[in-house]
Design a protein around this ligand. Structure first.
Ligand SMILES: [Zn+2]
Length: 1198
């Protein structure tokens, strides 16, 4: 009851807790209270959600938290080894654009995310088995798709993103292949199997009930029944560390070392059942460890036999080794005929006393005497090895038996079998292991009619362990080193029937790619023959002994050079698998064609023969992996034809085509050994198995993926056939330029436009438009210039007259159908591009009240641009005007979707307004900002343009210069960020960039330049220190609720702090030896002052904000520190600054900073809106003329 009252008193607080318990995907949807108060919902939909979920760290109420000292004694939970963990941004909840920072952990079974890295219990738990796909979406982002839900994340970099995608794909792949193991699936299915008990329970501290499922040795918490059915949970509780305690009528506690979950059931009776079920779950969890404990009693079984990770929970019952979960995944990949993988925990029935005993007798150590007798240190695994290394190692170790200790009888089947029959009568199981895995046949004939099999023979001698070992290996495949990995060449046997002879010109073979032109003199004339899969070249057709040759099956790639590359006009290159490159030339194209055809036919498998009919420039086989099977690489046949990569993959019947100019991403990864091709919906990894041909392939593929000409369809295209350059520019303008006055009208900076256009032409896909780096007007002009220059124009030279004459039609209906007709006749790419562009322009003019670009203004700009005319004939403009005006009908647009698009744009604009509050945008990137001198009052206002590069010291001197203030010695003029509402201020470090600070300023904040009166004292203090660190007591208080939404429940408590070069640690008391909290110093922002409403115990307080370093509105976690004296506060502050800025708190030479300052004179006047954009064209021309005459006239009012 007490809790209920609390809810009534502070409904807001609990309401927030409730929200943060729920998935951040659906905060709004599930938020009953907000939904019932639409006004409230609208008011907070922007600002609050981005900040809401960090406070109080977990979705679970904090009531049950256990202090660190209490948890110290307890064992750590046996969670699966984490494959990868780190911070990611999670997609914003509905209605917000603000990303949320999450600590994300992946293990073989689950992808989880947490509010912080310290949390034991997750905020979301997504079984990897429920993940259907993972795909890259846009910059640094990726989506994890389950059957019913999509989770979007954003990494810090594309590299980090692809690492995440790859490990998740690995984990998902592991699950897919776990099918071989049969009934005992290694991981949980998306829904926990056969729950012992399920239903709704109240959790103390939460108002709404949770759906709780007790299953096996775990308890799962779900938001509701629906989520349970979908398999998407909040968290799971490992019950081996659990303890269930009956507390009250309907209540009971589930106690773990990390948290106490206080549940309440709906009735006394149900409570009894819950307690019973959970206790059984604890018992089961403990019993699950019975097998493991027995196996682990042999010391060497406590470490993975393959990578030495601790506490391995898996075993191959035939190979007699115990290994970790990650290695288990690779063992499974070998298939059950090689490795029979079982869990020590889950597959209890398998573990007979004999089998357990066998594992204790052999143990990883002895088993490895055989399996790992000859491991080169360079190939050895460690617990952190990547899956590729792991896969390679485990396949080499068990499938190929590469590291085995060879039995002395190896190779002699009869002797081996004989030795096995003798040995199974003894207790030497290691010898049996060695014999069996060196080729002795378990099923051999013993020659003893009474005991015809080795098993029965062993039985007769009562050798139970031998029986067990032999039984497990009745159907085992013996390692075959000759198989040489997944790259099976049998597939590629050349058909022997092809013969061809003739003269060719040949250079010496090379081990490096050919970069220079080979003159005719470097070629020698050779008689060449192709026969029975062998190619030979002779001094002349009279010679009987060849000068050299190569086998067709050694050829991995053939490339046809463009004419005139070398001294001989027609040449081709052959790459062999021994890393040699052969260059051949001929006088006639016909002759080269014949040879290419014959050779290719001889080394390409029959299944890929269709590729031969293509006019390829390069053909060959390569190792690849793709989305469906990342386990192991396979070999495919590839042919490059223009910008199309034709592929014949193993096992997939037909031929597939990859449109290289439409790739979303093309990159070389892993030290240039993998070429990554990202198409919509799939990723293809081409592996550089050999260096030479891979270099050739990657250069050719990259070249082919570029734009090849000046027409629209020769550009790099998006999936929807729009040139990437158009797509990127439109996107950028939509994001950053919709409110920019006179967008598309203003001119931008010529040199920048030319440079940007050039980089788009070089490789549009790699161009990333970034705010602050690129100006809206430069980008808009790049787009215009592109359309002006594109060969044939968007309307095509054939049809443009028809488009122009359509404007003459008087009947509206007739006109629209004529436009539709012409549109229908445009080439595919032109049509798609026109549609995208008109859609964009339509959106622009919808916001004409902000950007002043109405229909007419846009038409003036785009008519001549799109028709590539001089603008004298307004018909061009009229076409554009009419297309925009009738956009919905001409293009047959779904109006609902259009409205949705406009709503999204409105959202973008609002967010940007929030960010730029008090900072009127001028163009983009640069901001004109109000900075005060000494104090905030009107007369002290200065308006300064802040370029992206400006640092605080430059801003300070800019202000001082304007006011002609000379700086005296020991005057520490400094720029402060002042936050009125929070009653805090922060001196900017002199090298700090001002623009990001402006972006993060709230509406109650401003910048002021004033003297830093504590600076001298701080510098003196720092100078006295040998080592920059500090420790001591401070009073600490956490922000416990939403910023700005009422006061938290916390109060100030004494805590002990240690500030070192990397982190700030908080200890409960001086004697504590484990910190309660820890933050990296570089992520902390320290403000002087604490809001008085929080009743700080002293007036020497610091407000500390912990935030991520993203450029978007950061998520903040805020707390307060109070010092006893001013000096103490200064020292803490100085230490923070010194650590954060590597000892440089104040510039050594202020005059130098002042002198180096970039001239404030604005070279980008074109970016400030000076032209009245309404009115007729003539009026505009006049005002442009006036502007040209006196460019500063309009600027003087500023
Ligand atoms: Zn391992």
């Amino acid at each position: 009851m007490a809790e209920k009252d609390e809810f009534l008193v502070v409904p807001k607080l609990e309401h927030r807790r409730l929200s943060s318990l729920y998935s951040d995907d659906e905060i709004l949807d599930d938020d009953g209270e907000a939904a019932s108060d639409p006004a409230n919902r609208v008011r907070h939909s922007w600002k609050d959600y981005g900040l809401s979920t960090l406070q109080d760290s977990v979705y679970l109420p904090s009531l049950g938290r256990i202090t660190p000292s209490a948890r110290k004694e307890d064992p750590s939970p046996p969670l699966s080894p984490v494959i990868r963990q780190g911070w990611l941004d999670k997609n914003p909840p509905q209605g917000s654009l603000i990303y949320q920072r999450r600590w994300v952990k992946l293990d073989a079974d689950y992808l989880r995310y947490f509010d912080s890295e310290k949390d034991i219990y997750s905020k979301r738990i997504i079984p990897t088995s429920s993940i259907t796909s993972i795909s890259n979406v846009g910059e640094q982002k990726f989506e994890v798709v389950t059957h019913n839900r999509t989770f979007a994340f954003r990494a810090e970099s594309d590299l980090e993103r692809s690492e995440w995608v790859s490990v998740i794909q690995d984990a998902v792949g592991d699950h897919r292949s776990s099918g071989d193991v049969g009934a005992h699936s290694l991981g949980p299915s998306s829904v926990p199997p056969t729950p012992e008990m399920q239903g709704y329970l109240e959790l103390r501290g939460l108002r709404s009930k949770l759906y709780v499922v007790v299953s096996g040795d775990k308890v799962f918490l779900y938001k509701n029944l629906e989520d349970y059915k979908l398999g998407i949970g909040i968290t799971s509780i490992e019950m081996n560390v659990g303890n269930v305690k009956d507390t009250d009528r309907r209540s009971f506690d589930l106690i773990t070392p990390y948290r106490i979950f206080s549940f309440a059931a709906e009735s006394d009776q149900l409570k009894e059942q819950w307690v019973e079920a959970m206790r059984e779950s604890v018992a089961e969890a403990l019993s699950n460890y019975e097998v493991a404990k027995k196996i682990w009693s042999e010391e060497s079984n406590r470490f993975c036999a393959d990578c030495r990770a601790t506490m391995p929970e898996w075993a191959a019952i035939n190979l007699c080794v115990v290994f970790c979960k990650r290695c288990a995944g690779e063992h499974r990949g070998l298939g059950p005929s090689i490795s029979k993988v079982r869990s020590l925990k889950m597959d209890k029935k398998v573990w007979t006393e004999e089998l357990i005993q066998l594992f204790r007798v052999l143990g990883n150590e002895r088993a490895n005497l055989f399996w790992a007798a000859n491991v080169p240190p360079s190939e050895d695994l460690v617990p952190a090895s990547c899956s590729d290394d792991r896969r390679r190692f485990i396949a080499a170790k068990y499938r190929e038996g590469k590291y085995r200790r060879y039995h002395q009888l190896f190779g002699n089947q009869q002797e081996l079998d004989n030795a096995l029959c003798i040995n199974v009568q003894s207790d030497d199981v290691l010898e049996t292991l060695s014999l069996v895995f060196c080729g002795a046949s378990v099923n051999c004939d013993t020659g003893n009619p009474e005991f015809p099999t080795t098993i029965s023979l062993a039985q007769s001698f009562n050798q139970k362990l031998q029986v067990e070992l032999l039984s497990q290996n009745r159907n085992t495949e013996v390692p075959r080193s000759e198989v040489g990995g997944p790259m099976d060449t049998v597939h590629y046997m050349a058909p022997p029937s092809i013969t061809h002879n003739g003269f060719l010109f040949k250079t010496a073979s090379m081990a490096r790619p050919i970069t220079e032109r080979k003159s005719k003199e470097e070629f020698s004339r050779r008689w060449c023959t192709l026969n029975d899969g062998n190619f030979h070249y002779y001094e002349s057709d009279k010679n009987a002994t060849p000068n050299g040759g190569l086998k067709m099956k050694e050829i991995v790639c053939l490339a046809v050079n463009p004419p005139e590359r070398h001294g001989y006009d027609y040449t081709f290159e052959i790459y062999s698998d021994s890393e040699r490159l052969y260059l051949f030339g001929a006088d006639s194209q016909e002759s080269v064609k014949e040879w290419v055809k014959s050779i290719t036919k001889s080394f390409i498998p029959a299944s890929a023969e269709d590729l031969l009919n293509r006019d390829f420039e390069r053909i060959g086989r390569l190792k690849y992996k793709d989305g469906l099977n990342l386990q192991s690489s396979r070999v495919g046949c590839f042919a490059l034809v223009g910008s199309m990569l034709h592929t014949c993959f193993e096992d997939s019947g037909g031929e597939e085509v990859i449109h290289l100019r439409k790739l979303q991403e093309l990159s070389i990864q892993q030290e240039n050994e993998v070429l990554v091709l990202v198409e919509r919906g799939r990723t293809l990894y081409i592996e550089g198995e050999r260096k030479l041909d891979f270099l050739g392939w990657s250069a050719a593929i990259q070249q082919a993926a570029r734009s090849s000409g000046d027409t629209l369809c020769q550009q790099q295209l998006t999936e929807s056939d729009i040139p990437v350059i158009v797509d990127r520019c439109v996107d950028y303008i939509t994001q950053c330029g919709l409110t920019s006055e006179g967008i598309y009208r203003k001119s931008g900076v010529n040199s920048k436009i030319a440079a940007l256009l050039e980089s788009f032409r070089r490789d549009a896909r790699s161009v990333r438009l970034k705010e602050g780096e690129h100006q809206v007007d430069d980008v808009s002009n790049v787009l215009k210039r592109f359309f002006r220059d594109v060969e044939g124009g968007i309307f095509t030279s054939e049809a443009s007259q028809d488009w122009l004459s359509t404007t003459g039609l008087t009947d509206e209906t007739q006109k629209i159908s004529q436009y539709q007709f012409l549109l229908g006749n445009l080439p595919r790419v032109n049509k798609a591009t026109l549609r995208a562009l008109v859609n964009h322009l339509y959106c622009i003019q919808c916001f004409a009240d902000m950007n002043q670009m109405n229909l007419h203004n846009l038409a003036i700009v785009f008519g001549p641009t799109l028709f590539q005319t001089d603008g004298k004939d307004y018909n061009a403009g009229r076409v554009v005007e009419e297309l925009i005006e009738h956009y919905v009908t001409v293009f047959n647009v779904n109006e609902q979707q259009l409205q949705k698009q406009l709503d999204e744009i409105t959202v973008i604009i609002k967010v940007r307004e929030n960010l730029n509050a008090k900072v009127p945008p001028s163009g983009s990137g640069d901001f004109i900002c109000t900075v005060y001198l000494e104090e905030k009052k009107e007369t002290a206002e200065q308006h300064v343009k802040i370029p992206a590069t400006m640092i605080a010291a430059e801003l300070t001197f800019e202000i001082l210069d304007r006011r002609k203030i000379s700086v005296r010695d020991k005057d520490y003029w400094c720029c402060f960020e002042v936050n009125e509402k929070d009653e805090t201020e922060r001196p900017l470090h002199y090298q700090e960039k001002v623009l990001p600070v402006l972006h993060s300023l709230g509406t109650d904040s401003y910048l002021v330049v004033k003297k830093h009166i504590s600076m001298e004292a701080m510098l003196v203090y720092l100078a006295s220190k040998v080592e920059v660190s500090k420790h001591g007591m401070m009073k600490f208080r956490e922000e416990r609720n939403l910023l700005g939404l009422g006061l938290g429940a916390g109060s100030f408590h004494d805590r002990y702090f240690i500030l070192s070069s990397t982190s700030l640690r908080l200890y409960k008391e001086v004697r504590s030896n484990r910190p309660e909290k820890e933050w990296p110093v570089k992520n902390l922002r320290v403000y002087q002052g604490i809001r008085k409403k929080l009743r700080p115990p002293t007036c020497w307080g610091l407000t500390v904000v912990h935030e991520n370093e993203k450029h978007e509105k950061p998520e903040r976690q805020q707390w307060y520190l109070c010092c006893d004296t001013q000096a103490d506060m200064r020292e803490w502050f100085a230490t923070f600054m010194s650590i954060q800025h590597e000892g440089s708190v104040w510039p050594a030479d202020t005059m130098k900073v002042r002198a180096n300052r970039t001239a404030p004179l604005d070279v980008r006047l074109g970016n400030v809106s000076l032209i009245p954009l309404r009115g007729s064209e003539n009026e505009m021309r006049n005002s442009v003329a006036a502007f040209t005459a006196d460019p500063l006239a309009l600027f003087r009012n500023v």
